[in-house]
Design a protein around this ligand. Structure first.
Ligand code: PLP
Length: 492
């Protein structure tokens, strides 16, 4: 029987009485976004590459659950939640308690990749939620400790194992911001100033139904995309050498919350398997119940060769891993290293996150809450045709904002309206709702709330969003002449 460490035992009692809650959110004075000395110092001292503070200019002081409080005492609902990291919300008592226990225990907090009872338990628990067949063959590499570093490791792993030099990925994809992972990014903005990113990377069209890359949509769009992929990998004159891997997100997150259809994923699995190409699934944002299953690939009932994980697996603390089929385990000792691979606090927090997700069945809860929010949003669509498309599984929901005043070409969706999306984000913030933008031209409003969100809180999110929408529409500019074509620099 597995030895249980005293650091990862009993479910703790709640630590604090609720301080931030829906009543306090609802009872507060209208929010005023003010400039202050801290924000001014941040703008003066921090890099021009800073991103979120430009759109969410808050000085944060306290957090609990789905709520954040700024230094002016104003309460916000956080539907960004660390870009999808905070499955249990801010400062969840079970995570705080796990961290306290770990700190009090004297466990070394930094261990490189040496092991501890906490690490052992984390690995056992993680393997217990993998598809059983895959778990039997799986190996894990701890990376250090961002999602991008785990993607880098996955690339090195599959290249070493296959001896192949190229990789295939998808338009609209996001796999991180390091030099290597940028090569896999769809968004041209952050890549444009850098020129060659090295690596032999080929982009394929992703099945984006609302704006089908083939102008077809539906089954015809899916079939054409699959035919194109298979043809490219088969044609001796395609110009593309057999790749080491196809790297894919099951739901493109930063790319605008675009879910891949299950049938498309199953076919991608078949195509890669038949050609001995590793299928690398980036579950960094979708993993740990966000989409209603522990891993998003489970919706399609497939098994990848490599799973890349980060964000929620560390309970809000930095942690990233690659879990892969042991047939790929041909790289040499030390082939992927990094000083911060042994974050014990993150592993302790990750153990408790996983336990809570399972005990409270937050996967099913994400489905119910996601459906509730989707119902609100689709009912708003009937009176607001600027909400072009509402999509996404579980609590990973996107609303594509379009310029409904322009006539689209026949069979095409109306053009994106990035100006309205930006103004909507700001107006939502002024109504206490923190949302992020993603997708082409930054025109998709993204909802990534903590998975512990309650039905009443979902209703409040919808209400605040509707208020923000009315305010943004009231200040909307005259229609743009043309569909925007520029690249979008701002991303997570
Ligand atoms: N892959 C996906 C799917 C992501 O959503 C992200 C971050 O948002 C990353 C990789 C990169 O993770 P990190 O920002 O921790 O490097």
């Amino acid at each position: 029987m597995m030895q249980t460490s005293s650091l990862v035992t009993e479910k703790p009692a709640l630590l604090n009485p609720m301080q931030l809650n829906l009543d306090k959110f609802r009872g507060q004075e209208p929010i005023r976004l003010l400039d202050n000395a801290i924000l001014q110092r941040q703008a003066a001292r921090e890099s021009n590459a800073r991103s979120y503070p430009r759109r969410i200019p808050l000085v944060l002081e306290q957090a609990q659950g789905i709520y954040l409080r700024d230094t002016a005492g104003q309460i916000f609902i956080d539907c960004l939640a660390g870009a999808g990291t905070l499955a249990l919300g801010h400062n969840h008592p079970v995570i705080i308690e796990a961290m306290r226990r770990t700190l009090d225990s004297g466990l070394p907090l930094h261990t490189l990749d040496l092991t501890t009872p906490v690490k052992d338990r984390f690995v056992e628990d993680l393997f217990s939620i993998l598809p059983p067949g895959f778990a039997k063959r799986a190996r894990i590499q701890f990376c250090g400790p961002t999602g991008a570093d785990a993607v880098e490791a996955a690339l090195k792993l599959v290249k070493t194992a296959s001896g192949r030099k190229s990789v295939v990925c998808f338009s609209g994809g996001y796999h991180g911001m390091t030099h290597g992972t940028l090569a896999l990014m769809g968004n041209l903005g952050p890549k444009a100033p850098l020129g060659s990113l090295g690596g032999d990377v080929h982009f394929l069209p992703f099945p984006y139904d609302y704006r089908c890359p083939f102008g077809l949509g539906g089954d015809a769009g899916i079939d054409t995309g699959l035919h194109y992929i298979e043809q490219l990998l088969t044609d001796p004159e395609s110009g593309v050498l057999p790749p080491a891997a196809i790297v894919v997100e099951v739901v493109q997150g930063e790319g605008g919350v675009i879910p891949a259809p299950n049938r498309w994923l199953r076919e991608l699995r078949r195509i890669t398997r038949e050609r001995g190409i590793a299928l690398v699934i980036d579950e960094i944002q979708t993993g740990f119940a966000r989409t209603g299953k522990m891993f998003a690939f489970q919706h399609a009932d497939i098994e990848p060769d490599v799973i890349v994980l980060s964000k929620a697996i560390g309970g809000g603390l930095p942690l990233s891993v690659v879990v892969y089929d042991s047939v790929l385990d041909t790289w040499k000792p030390g082939a992927h290293a990094g000083t911060f691979r042994g974050n014990q606090l993150a592993m302790a927090a990750g153990i408790e996150t996983l336990r809570y997700l399972r005990d409270e069945q937050l996967d099913a809860h994400a489905v119910t809450m996601g459906a509730r929010l989707t119902r609100h949003l689709t009912s708003m669509q009937t009176s607001h045709s600027c909400l072009g498309d509402v999509r996404g599984p579980g609590l990973m929901i996107g609303v594509e904002i379009v310029d409904d005043r322009q006539t689209p070409r026949t069979g095409y969706a109306p053009p994106a309206d990035p100006a309205l999306a930006k103004s909507l984000q700001r107006q939502c913030l002024e109504n206490g709702l923190i949302l992020e933008l993603g997708g082409r031209h930054g025109s998709v409003v993204r909802f990534l709330p903590p998975l512990i969100i309650s039905p009443d809180e979902i209703d409040q999110v919808a209400e605040s969003f509707q208020r923000g929408l009315r305010a943004a529409l009231a200040e909307r500019h005259p229609p743009e002449e043309k569909m925007p074509t520029g690249v979008c620099m701002e991303t997570a």
